[in-house]
Design a binder for this molecule. Structure first.
Ligand code: SF4
Length: 465
């Protein structure tokens, strides 16, 4: 039998109607994650056409984008607009009506949809997973084919549990060797995107391979796969292994016959000799802590480097927007805000890393730092470990779970002109508020920056004081 890749195996198991020269394949979807932003219109569409939800049991909902991360003293929630509140209420009403399991305000799993799925054990190897959100690629960390879809497609999946899709090509991103001290999964993925470019993954399903990913925790793997879309890829995956199984075991949706499931999942790994359409090789030793300096995630450099010369007009426009000058060191640039959160870096491991740097230190005067856990459970776990006290004693804000300042739909935004070091995944113009300038970085770099008030190489900090 021909050697096959992980992607090919998962894809083939889900094809209902094969692709032809004129039509995409019809793909069965195992898990549909929904939230308040992209689902209301989709529910209206299917209801107008007389359809119900085909598989409510394969659909899982939460509220994350428009949810306030503060609570008023009287316990009410300060929605940024009536529209934001209506989005949440509409989601809750729709899911109630259609019998969809929903993690709303009362659930400890409420939070960012890409944190919730894995936390519940709903994300599993070999699945096809979709959500009306670009960063659904996060779930590929478990060996799933997971990708974001638009509102119209959300309606298609609600009504049919299937999706029309053209099969992408496959690309292996091999990273082997030993990561240097202070280099995190966020640095690995920023290095990869800056190497292959923001369009480098277009038309491909990526598989991250090599010793660096084998040695990485599930939290780190999720950080890496989360940003696959930022290289233009359809999805990103990592072969399931013991680390994957240990993460899933015991969670709410973990298979009852777990050992049988693990044997099945292992068989999904890419066969020896399988051929990818493209292979990229990166040495782990070449990766340093990274920061972005432009207006897309591919404009990233080692934090100890100088800002490169603008190669194109677009790059030079980006530098103008960022008010950064080529030839100058990026470290030492004054920062107004630090945001630690988002589906890229809001898990317990990320919060521990940030707290490790902030312990016993103070946030620099004039700088605002907010820490937003990815889910309510993550918040509780962090509080059990005392991480909240470390953040609060340092002078950072400790918020309720949600997307928060990643996109600012809930009103958590910067002021025009602010320079924000953010652990999120997109640094597009105005993403964190009109005129706000975003620098993407790891939790360690963000925390070090919060302490000094300027972009800081975390390797220069004495971690313990
Ligand atoms: S944290 Fe950001 S990228 Fe992730 S789901 Fe929320 S808005 Fe999207």
């Amino acid at each position: 039998m021909t050697a096959r890749t992980l992607f090919d195996k998962v894809w083939e198991r889900h094809v209902v109607v094969p692709e032809t020269a004129s039509n995409p394949a019809t793909l069965y979807i195992d898990l549909h994650l929904i939230h308040e932003v992209t689902s209301p219109q989709a529910f209206t569409d299917i209801e107008n056409r007389g359809f119900g939800v085909r598989r409510p049991d394969r659909t899982l909902a939460t509220i994350d984008h428009s949810t306030p991360t503060r609570i008023n003293p009287d316990g009410s929630r300060p929605y940024v607009t009536d529209h934001a509140e209506k989005q949440v209420e509409t989601l809750l009403a729709n899911t109630r009506e259609h019998g969809i399991e929903t993690h709303g305000w009362e659930s400890e799993h409420r939070g960012i949809v890409h944190v919730m799925g894995p936390e519940l054990g709903a994300t599993q190897p070999g699945m096809t997973i979709v959500c009306g959100d670009s960063h659904t690629s996060t779930h590929g960390a478990f060996g799933a084919v997971a990708f974001g879809i638009g509102t119209t497609q959300v309606g298609h999946v609600l009504a049919t549990q299937c999706l029309l899709m053209t099969k992408p090509k496959t690309m292996a991103i091999n990273v082997n060797g030993n990561l240097s001290e202070g280099v995190t999964p966020k640095d690995v993925i920023l290095h990869i995107i800056s190497s292959i470019g923001v369009g480098g993954g277009t038309g491909y399903a990526l598989e991250y391979r090599g010793s660096v990913f084998e040695d990485m925790s599930m939290s780190g793997r999720m950080t890496v796969c989360n940003m696959s879309i930022e290289a233009g890829a359809r999805c990103g995956m990592i072969g399931p292994d013991q680390t994957t199984f240990d993460f899933i075991r015991g969670r709410k949706f973990a298979p009852k016959n777990f050992d049988t499931a693990c044997r099945n999942w292992v068989s999904l790994r890419t066969d020896g000799g399988a051929v990818f359409d493209r292979e990229v090789h990166i040495r782990a030793e070449d990766i340093a802590p990274m920061v972005t300096y432009g207006t897309h995630p591919g404009m990233a450099i080692s934090v100890d480097r100088t800002i490169p010369k603008a190669g194109t007009d677009a790059d030079s426009g980006a530098l103008d927007y960022m008010r950064l000058e080529s030839g100058k060191p990026v470290a030492g640039t004054k920062v107004d805000r630090v945001f630690i959160g988002s589906c890229t870096n809001s898990r317990l491991e990320d919060l521990r890393a940030a707290a490790h740097v902030l312990r016993g230190r103070k946030v620099a005067g004039g700088l605002t730092a907010i820490v937003v856990p990815g889910s309510t459970l993550t918040k509780y776990q962090a509080e059990e470990e005392g991480l909240d006290r470390i953040f609060l004693e340092a002078g950072a804000e400790w918020r309720e779970a949600g997307c928060s300042m990643c996109l600012g739909m809930n009103g958590d935004i910067g002021s025009p002109g602010d320079l924000v070091v953010s652990t999120s995944n997109r640094n597009f113009m105005g993403r964190q508020g009109p005129g706000v300038r975003t620098i993407l970085a790891s939790p360690q770099t963000a925390a070090a920056t919060a302490v000094t008030g300027v972009i800081t190489d975390p390797r220069t900090m004495e971690t313990m004081v």
